[in-house]
Design a binder for this molecule. Sequence first.
Ligand code: NAI
Length: 277
Amino acid sequence: MDISGKTAIVTGAASGIGLGIATALAEAGANVVMADIQKDAVEQAAHGLSGTNKRVMPVRIDVTQEQSVVDALTEAERSFGKLHIACNNAGVPMHGTKLVDVPPADWEFVIGVNVWGIIHGIRHFVPAVLKHGEAGHIVNTASVAAFQNRRGTDQGPYSMSKYAALSLSEALEHELEGTNFGVSVLCPGPINTAIARGARNRPDHMGGPKDPAQDAAVLAERLATTGLDPRRVGERVVDAIRTRTFYAFVSAVPADVIKARHRRIEDALNSDWVTHY
Ligand code: NAI
């Protein structure tokens, strides 16, 4: 779809990939609502962009809270009119702890942001676009972790949340088939962002900010040295919206691991226990 003159909302827009997406959309001529739980940071980020004559507006949102998503949407529509593009991007990491040792509060945090954040976005942003009938697009940020559980990282809860993001995107694509509303699932490899310090944004009702896990420094170092510039991810998203691409991979992808997983599934399907339809 053509992006120029359309209105987009991007969650997690104060930092990293969300900021990269907001920047690229603004450069493509969209009005951009930059939504983030970090009020000061998102205001500062929007200020940085608006200095270049872009039409951007910061808004505080906590994607784990349905009412907060509704409020942000109301502000977006009040400022710019119709919504056309929604990027459900806010997300937090969860790694370094074996499944049996992850406390319930940590499960709630990662599911709250990474899964409920997308569910709330689907429930409210999608009808807001459909109601005016013009072209629209939704981008859900998953990860290459949506296709594999990376050995040795103990990131099971994070991967689970990203498999969920992928599944929700697939289901939504089916439901929107035949409409002028596109769906993309953004699947980045390593990107140079602040995600290793994701627990800094833990909402108060989920236990409040936490010091990053000890091994977060290792992840931060890996992303800083090998991660792609988040502005490139923004360009990837703009291209996916323009070309209505579903799987929007970007950066380094563990292709052999993903292919091996798919081969294992195919082998399992060729079993005497299974009939095909
Ligand atoms: P980041 O930490 O730099 O940015 C995440 C943003 O989300 C922050 O500005 C944060 O304040 C915001 N946020 C966190 N909780 C929120 C909430 N409850 N409500 C609203 N905003 C909230 O991290 P990054 O890397 O930019 O992450 C963005 C997305 O990209 C996440 O979904 C992440 O899982 C995904 N991703 C990141 C990769 C990477 O290598 N950095 C790779 C693959 C996926």
